[in-house]
Design a protein around this ligand. Structure first.
Ligand code: ZN
Length: 881
């Protein structure tokens, strides 16, 4: 485990390295306890660097066996080797030389899941961000691009399959039951994209013919016997390859593309060149074991990792500060892919909900950082919603500002200009300036400045002058180490909606640049006057969520209700209804605490009924609209003095009111939506199931609701319906015999399927109320649970701490105590997963005072533990700062 050195890495300290590694030849002789790695590196001194300048290579916990230069063994006096560094103080005077390094590593005992490790007896690697240095000493930084040749030797019976990056370049038998395979990757790549897999795995094979007519062999490797669960992933891969050719003109480059699914994995998946390694959760699926959400995730993540081949691999990052260059851009690309494969409107709403649930709290709390950070202590902690999701929103805004055509031209130029390079955000922005002639310097603040901008908007209509005016004021709240903010360029899409629901025409506009339905906000205060407007329109703002901002709009409730029923922009229509629901919930929350704000329960219930019955709307869209804002969403909008119990009470009361007002209609719609015919994971079928399951959630609150949910559970023919019913029983009817029976039946049926059992853990960890901490504590002793497996930890402990508001934030602090103990226990094995878990307390300062004090105690307990890893110390100290 790497303990904290306290070192802070700064963007402004970036320097190119003195040496390049042109070629990397690796030989692995695999053995669980003692794998030998022989690296032969062709090293070149960079122009202008003095001859014999010291060569310093990165390591992490390495054992050096020997080191040689140009065939000559180095003597101990010639170098200094520690587990974390290899220094050759006097490198050869020749501009180019060969350095041979032999190290020994123990994959079997590697529970960090970084570097070379074993997952269910399969050897595999994870090198992003700095895992390669756990395999051999190297210039382990993304701007060192090298051509790799990898030879893997292993016992044939232990590892019949030997994979690495690139194309196969030979294989054969060796003495004593060993064999070998050689892989060559002609595309220079940084070390974080290196991968190796060796073991006994089943294969699903297919092929794809590219745009230019080349045939690419495709392989998905899974645990033997599970091949039939990889069909959907393969289909998603082929659709991704085709889409990237059509949407971005990007063709795949190698002869083979392989995906391997492993069960112990820190992240979702990894885009290693030609050899993606996946968390098996994002590969394996059929209707019996996976929900519609799982299918959608598999499709999106397969696409995401594949798209990295161009945005990340062919053009990589100069340094880790530029992480968003590959991640934000690739998330944008996978969002577009899913929007094209499914419903664009539904997809956009889902994206925004995710952004608000994960990125907004980050941006508004102690862990806030710019999309391109300027400093870090531990880069593993910057794989954040800000880098990924807000990073994607920034790319989307570039397209909004430039228009689709110029955006595509900019992307084409980016690929042409920077292919084979390690690039920066400045390089990326420059291509769009070059193709459009626009100045994006103010816009670039989206990359450099943290915090969620807010726009305060009010409107007036002057019928005599036929003038409609919007007064818009921007502010960016302070964030850690950035107390003063500069003004941003915010593309605000809008619509003026007339009483008939149609767009209101205007003659002219003053006070801001308005193009294609977008107001360009650049100043602190802008007064935008629309002339020739006879009647007061309702104003629909931030249509399509054109900018990742918060809005404070002075708007009459009647206008909101009107937009929720009539806005032609489907996102804004959803938004209007969601805002009304949120406002009602916040008002109810305040009433519980003694306030007197009006709650439009009857009007909202009526509108919910209309939306549910509106056949002109897709079922998936109706399902999203009917889903009440989550408890965390409500807490975020309240901002301060959070009492999760009061929020739960308010939310359950509104749900019951909507259910009571619409019982008959919801019930008959529920019956009509029952699945007929064979299962299909397509978006339309998934949408019908989603609508039916949200209706169940409401109907379960009415008399005989328990029986309805139990029947839904028993008669379910797919995991989507089964898991939905189990959630309703366990959450809405917590403690009932029906809930207990369903949980027991589920466990009896799926006890041996770890991925399905994750849902069982997750559902129980999410049960609202004070007793859940005890349940979760007990479940950590369950035979199917393991602190060493990230999926199990995330399902149980992660769900409890980040998605169970009332359980986790129990007023006596028991949830926090359990959390602190568990984080420290996970950390002993896997600091990266522990640090990710620990972010669950990032919004602790918004809690009411009693809980706030208890939460702080738990954070101090973690901070006070001995030998804390760099990963965890960084998160905890920033959270407490
Ligand atoms: Zn990615």
């Amino acid at each position: 485990m790497r303990t904290d050195t306290g070192h802070v890495f700064k963007l402004e300290d970036y320097r190119p390295s003195d040496y390049l590694i042109l070629e990397t030849s690796l030989v692995f002789r695999l053995s669980p306890e003692a794998t030998r790695v022989t690296a032969t590196l062709t090293i070149e001194r960079r122009d202008g660097v003095v001859a014999s300048a010291p060569l310093v290579l990165d390591g992490d916990g390495l054992t050096l066996i020997r080191v040689a230069i140009d065939g000559r063994e180095l003597q101990p006096a010639d170098f200094l080797a520690t587990p974390d560094q290899l220094t050759i103080s006097q490198a050869p005077a020749a501009p180019r030389f060969q350095l041979l390094i032999e190290t020994e590593v123990a994959p079997a005992g590697n529970e960090t899941l970084m570097g070379l490790y074993r997952s269910s007896s399969v050897y595999c690697t994870q090198c992003e961000a700095e895992g390669f240095r756990r395999i051999t000493y190297f210039l382990d930084r993304p701007d060192i691009l090298s051509v790799y040749t990898v030879r893997i030797e292993a016992k044939l019976d232990e590892a019949p399959l030997l994979l690495s990056n690139g194309n196969p370049a030979g294989s054969g038998d060796l003495a004593d039951g060993w064999h070998y395979a050689v892989w060559h990757d002609p595309f220079p790549k940084p070390s974080y994209l290196f991968a190796l897999v060796a073991g006994a795995l089943g294969k699903v094979a297919d092929s794809f013919v590219t745009l230019s007519g080349r045939t690419v062999e495709l392989g998905i490797y899974v645990e033997p016997g599970k091949e039939w669960l990889a069909g959907y992933a393969m289909d998603a891969l082929k659709r991704s390859m085709k889409w990237d050719e059509e949407a971005f003109g990007r063709e795949y480059d190698l002869d083979v593309f392989n995906i391997v699914a492993v069960s112990d994995f820190n992240m979702g998946a990894m885009e290693n060149k030609g050899l993606n390694i996946f968390n098996d959760k994002y590969v394996l699926a059929d209707e019996e074991t996976a929900t519609d959400a799982d299918f959608a995730n598999i499709e999106a993540i397969i696409a995401h990792e594949y798209f990295h081949n161009w945005t990340g691999n062919r053009i990589t990052c100069r340094d880790w500060f530029q992480l968003c260059l590959k991640e934000g851009l690739t998330v944008f690309r996978d969002h577009e892919f899913s929007a094209d494969q499914r419903s664009r409107a539904v997809k956009r709403i889902a994206e925004v909900r995710t952004l608000r649930a994960h990125q907004f709290p980050e941006d508004q709390g102690p862990l806030a950082h710019p999309v391109r950070p300027r400093r870090y202590r531990e880069i593993n902690n910057f794989y954040t919603a800000t880098v990924y999701e807000k990073g994607s929103e920034v790319v989307r805004m570039i397209r909004t500002i430039l228009g689709a055509e110029a955006f595509r031209a900019g992307m084409d130029l980016y690929f042409e200009r920077h292919d084979g390079e390690a690039a920066t955000i400045e390089d990326f922005l420059k291509v769009f300036e070059d193709v459009s002639g626009r100045d994006l310097s103010q816009f670039a603040l989206w990359y450099h400045q943290a915090g969620t901008p807010n726009l305060t908007v009010s409107s007036t209509h002057n019928p005599a002058a036929r003038e409609f005016t919007l007064e818009i004021e921007q502010s960016v709240p302070p964030t850690p180490s950035e107390s003063r903010k500069r003004l941003m360029h915010i593309p605000l899409a809008f619509g003026l909606v007339g009483a008939d629901g149609r767009p209101v025409a205007y003659d002219g506009v003053e006070g801001a640049t308005v193009e294609d339905g977008v107001i360009h906000i650049r100043k602190r205060r802008q007064v935008v006057r629309f002339s020739g407007v006879a009647e007061r329109p309702a104003v629909s703002l931030n249509r399509g969520f054109s900018a990742p901002i918060t809005l404070s709009v002075e708007q009459k409730a009647d206008d909101q209700f009107f937009l929720a029923g009539h806005d032609s922009d489907s996102f804004s229509r959803w938004q209007a209804f969601n805002t009304l629901l949120t406002d009602a919930l916040i008002a109810a929350f305040r009433q519980i605490l003694g306030g007197k704000e009006p709650v439009y329960t009857a009007r909202l219930s009526e509108l919910a009924g209309k939306i549910a019955a509106d056949e002109a709307l897709e079922p998936a869209y109706r399902a999203l609209a009917l889903a009440l804002p989550g408890e965390a969403d409500i807490a975020r909008d309240i901002g301060k003095g959070i009492d999760p119990d009061a929020i739960l009470t308010a939310r359950e009361a509104l749900a019951l009111a909507i259910a009571k007002a619409n019982g008959q209609a919801f019930s008959s719609l529920y019956d009509r939506l029952a699945d007929k015919g064979p299962f299909s994971p397509d978006a339309a079928s998934a949408g019908r199931r989603a609508l039916r399951n949200i209706l169940l959630d409401y109907l379960a609150l009415l008399p005989e609701g328990t029986e309805l949910a139990a029947r839904h559970f028993r008669s379910a023919t797919n995991m989507t319906d089964r898991a939905a019913a189990l959630t309703v029983l366990a959450h809405r009817h917590r403690g009932s015999p029906e809930a207990a029976k369903a949980l027991a039946d589920f466990e009896a049926k799926y006890g041996s399927d770890a991925l399905v059992m994750d849902k069982w853990f997750q559902i129980q960890a999410g049960v609202p109320g004070p007793q859940t901490v005890e349940t979760v504590r007990t479940l950590t002793k369950h035979a199917g649970f393991s602190m060493a497996n990230p999926n199990r930890v995330r399902s149980l402990v992660g769900t409890f701490s980040s998605a169970n508001q009332t359980g986790f934030h129990r007023p006596d602090g028991e949830g926090y105590r359990f959390f602190a103990e568990t984080v420290l226990e996970v950390e002993k094995r896997n600091p990266q997963v522990a640090a990710r878990l620990a972010t669950a307390l990032r919004s602790w300062r918004s809690l009411e005072p009693v809980r706030q004090a208890k939460a702080r105690e738990a954070l101090l307990t973690i901070a006070g533990a001995e030998n804390l890893s760099a990963d965890l110390r960084d998160i905890v100290e920033r959270t407490l700062a």
